[in-house]
Design a protein around this ligand. Structure first.
Ligand code: PLP
Length: 390
């Protein structure tokens, strides 16, 4: 996959020696820029916009998020707790399946709980009734698989054949919507407006006669709304139109769009040697710190990469032979001690880090490119590694 990073932005002028290494550095001004765009979409479309915590849950910025968006969406109990402890506004929870022991708390914390199938709603009818009898107020949602593939890569396509995500719309009958307040679809990944339009054009006729008892429609995430070339006016028009014609509250729950191009991962070159070309080992690991580099896979953009020069293979310090971040051009092979940074690492990388091989976790710093204020928000030590093992 191609990186969708838009460029270094203000990080072009950031002194990489100002933080420990490795370290995620998130630019509050860039997050605010993204949030302002999303708020504009919200205000002009009438849709509600939730932050998908799975993509970006740097709760040091929860207060900032609250200035612009309506709330958050969680993927299960722990994200729901995080939302209620640190974030503000409404909370929607969706998981492909819930554990019976988790559901009472999820129902208590959430404003809407979205299920993956009518069977699950039926199976947990007792818990739903008990929570309501205890005074909890929440909506019930059903995730639909619109069966309209728009993804380029099957791994990121919730409409792939045999998908486990969402109830196939071809199976939907009026009786499945008894007790259901809203529908949810999520079928995009880093996409612009046209795939959403195509999904809606395919889905709308299939929902004919089924939406009258519903309160809301949640169009999920995957909308790359804050990318410079995203067709925002078209999105605003579509969201407003759906809301108006169907009398539904419309929601979207982007994650990546909130933190797009808003953070870097700073690292340091530990060693360089030759093996048919220069190979650099860094304290940034693909497998521990940027697992999507291997999983997607994609090649993250390197801050300050030159057009011509020597190609250096950059990899991490773990034992995994494939712990390779990519091949990058430098004016000259970087000496040990050189600081480097990969662009667009605020979303998904930070939430996916792990300590395989005892590789230290990156610290987390908050920078404001408008004021140049820099604050080290969190750092990790040996105890963080030890205490998640036994
Ligand atoms: C149900 C759901 N909602 C929202 C999102 C957020 O998507 P993105 O970060 O691509 O906007 C995801 C991502 O996988 C998702 O599965």
């Amino acid at each position: 996959m191609e990186t969708k990073a838009g460029g270094p932005g203000a990080f072009a002028g950031f002194d990489l020696s100002r933080t420990p290494s490795p370290c995620f550095v998130v630019d509050e001004a860039a997050v605010r820029r993204n949030l302002a765009i999303l708020k504009d979409v919200r205000d002009r479309s009438g849709a509600r916009v939730l932050l998908a915590l799975k993509a970006f849950s740097m709760w040091a910025l929860a207060g900032v998020v609250a200035e612009y968006l309506d709330g958050t969406c969680a993927s299960g109990l722990w994200e729901a707790r995080l939302a209620r402890e640190h974030y503000h506004g409404e909370l929607t929870s969706y998981s492909p399946a819930y554990r019976r022991e988790d559901l009472p708390e999820i129902l208590r914390l959430s404003d809407a709980v979205i299920f993956n199938s009518p069977d699950q709603i039926a199976r947990f009818a007792d818990l739903i009734a008990q929570a309501r009898a205890a005074g909890e107020v929440f909506d019930i949602g059903l995730r639909l698989n619109p069966e309209c593939s728009q993804g380029e890569v099957a791994k990121y396509d919730p409409c792939q054949a045999g998908s486990r995500l969402g109830f196939p719309v071809s199976q939907l009958r009026p009786e499945h919507l008894a007790g259901v307040d809203g529908l949810h679809i999520h079928a995009l990944c880093e996409q612009d407006f046209e795939p959403l339009r195509r999904i809606w054009q395919s889905l709308e006729p299939r929902l004919a006669g089924l939406t009258s008892g519903l309160k809301w429609l949640n169009l999920g995430g995957g909308h790359h709304i804050t990318r410079a070339d995203y067709q925002r006016e078209d999105l605003i028009a579509l969201l407003a139109d759906i809301g108006r014609r169907h009398g539904l509250k419309v929601l979207i729950e982007p994650g990546e769009a909130i933190a797009l191009d808003a953070g870097i991962l700073v690292g340091e070159v530990l060693d360089v040697f030759d093996n048919g070309g220069p190979v650099a080992i860094t304290d940034i690991s693909a497998t521990c710190h940027m697992p999507d580099v291997i999983e997607a896979p994609y090649r993250p953009a390197l801050l300050g990469e030159v057009d011509d020069g020597v190609t250096v293979r950059i990899g991490g310090p773990s034992c995994l032979a494939g712990d390779i971040i990519g091949d990058y051009r430098f004016a000259a092979p970087p000496a040990p001690g050189t600081r480097i940074a990969f662009l667009d690492q605020a979303h998904y990388s930070m939430v996916k880090t792990n300590t395989f091989n005892g590789v230290p976790l990156p610290a987390i710093a908050l920078w404001n490119s408008a004021t140049d204020a820099l604050r080290l928000v969190r750092w990790f030590d040996y105890a963080d590694f030890r205490d998640r093992l036994s």
